[in-house]
Design a protein around this ligand. Structure first.
Ligand code: ADP
Ligand code: ASP
Ligand code: MG
Length: 383
């Protein structure tokens, strides 16, 4: 079987969704499981919705909500479903909208938006896109069945960036999706969202649908994990920055993981790990040009004779310079320094070192003040 994940731009309007149906239809003999993102911009809109609601701005919240609902309705009408089906889906959208309205009212009243509530709020993005897709696929005669990702992706309680409970999750996935695949059904589920063991909605962090696809692929021992997006594959640089960037045909897991971690947004950084665990090839493909071969990521990629394959860039990194003459000809300095980062559970991304100084970058600034004060006991520190 294979996992096919479609990102926000791949489902952003009626024609995009129809293209996805074509693509899935072509692969139907390979027992696909389909994972969907929210339509482009929906997650941002839902986050904004929460933000304006918490400031008490009911009007602004209503505007955002009504625009979001309208966009989904438009897609529905664009899909050209049989009238009774269309009515049924329109009712379902209205029900979701009403729930969202209630949420907003609650947030406005309480003037409080916890990470937990925010996760439930943004989960509507993926739930709405999946609802539309399921209806369209069924109308095309595909044996589709909508499986709520919250029954599959079991996570911890770290709302906003929940960590999947891999063992539990694998059991659930096999138990629920296994029989459906065996019957020749086509499961479709939401990317990005999951739930705790007790059923509280969580999310895997921005761009997390790729991760969902990889987790499902790992649990089911997929033959391939396909990440369908709006570019031809992993490029030599982000085309928004370097328009003449070229597609890379093959990459190793290690290379892709490195690029994803350091800013190649086309792949969520956690996607590679489950694929590595079971040696499953990951392919990045363009839903606008389904016949292009995309990028294939495997354990070992062929040598190409090119020293640098791709350049990634990442914004918002924090740089820490540590300078100490104590490092001169001494040993153990790096160990003491990194122990401080370790104790505060801050992960270090890049490191450059000379005889008397170390420069490093971190992603997260929580805990940094404590780190700096500890480091300052034996070195000069600049952030
Ligand atoms: P999706 O909604 O399909 O998940 P994303 O926006 O998350 O799509 O990822 C695709 C985008 O990633 C591309 O449009 C591109 O701007 C960006 N990107 C950044 N670096 C790279 C890269 N090295 N190769 C390809 N795309 C990249
Ligand atoms: N919809 C989520 C986001 O925008 C997840 C994803 O698209 O992968 O972050
Ligand atoms: Mg993405």
């Amino acid at each position: 079987m294979i996992v096919m994940k479609f990102g926000g731009t791949s489902v952003q309007d009626g024609s995009a969704m129809k293209r996805v149906l074509e693509i899935v239809g072509r692969e139907k003999d390979r027992s696909p499981v389909v994972v969907l993102s929210a339509i482009a911009g929906a997650t941002n809109a839902l986050l904004k919705l929460g933000d304006v609601a918490v400031t008490g701005s009911t009007r602004a919240a209503q505007e955002i909500l009504s625009e979001l609902v309208t966009r989904h309705r438009w897609i529905l009408f664009d899909l050209g479903l049989p009238k009774d089906k269309e009515r049924e889906v329109a009712t379902a959208i209205a029900r979701h909208a009403e729930e969202l309205e209630n949420f907003v009212r609650g947030i406005v009243l309480l003037k409080e938006l916890s990470a937990r509530t925010q996760d439930t709020l943004v989960s509507y993005g993926e739930r709405l896109s999946t609802l539309l897709f399921e209806a369209a696929a069924a109308a095309r005669g595909l044996p589709v069945v909508n499986v709520d990702a919250r029954n599959l992706i079991v996570t911890d309680q770290r709302f906003g960036k929940a960590r999947p409970q891999r063992e539990l999750l694998a059991g659930r996935v096999r138990e629920i999706l296994g029989p459906l695949l065996a019957e020749g059904r086509l499961p479709v589920t939401e990317g990005f969202i999951g739930a705790t063991k007790d059923g509280v909605t969580t999310t895997l962090g921005r761009g997390g649908s790729d991760y969902t696809a990889a987790l499902l692929g790992e649990a089911l021992g997929a033959e391939e994990i396909q990440i369908w997006t709006d570019v031809d594959g992993m490029l030599t640089a982000d085309h928004r920055v370097v328009p003449e960037g070229m597609k890379i045909r093959e990459l190793s897991f290690a290379e892709a993981a490195e690029l994803a971690t350091f800013g190649a947004k086309v792949l969520h950084p956690s996607t590679i790990e489950p694929a590595v665990a079971r040696d499953i090839p990951v392919r990045i493909l363009n839903s606008l040009r389904p016949d292009s071969r995309g990028t294939t990521i495997t354990a070992r990629s062929r040598r190409t004779g090119v020293a640098v394959k791709s350049i990634a860039a990442k914004k918002g990194a924090t740089m820490v310079h540590v300078h100490s003459l104590g490092m001169l000809m001494a040993h153990g300095f790096l160990k003491s320094m990194f122990e401080v980062f370790d104790r505060h559970q801050v992960s270090v991304d890049l490191v450059a070192t000379s005889e008397v100084s170390v420069s490093l970058t971190v992603d997260q600034t929580a805990g940094l003040d404590e780190i700096v004060s500890e480091l300052s006991r034996f070195s000069e520190v600049k952030v």
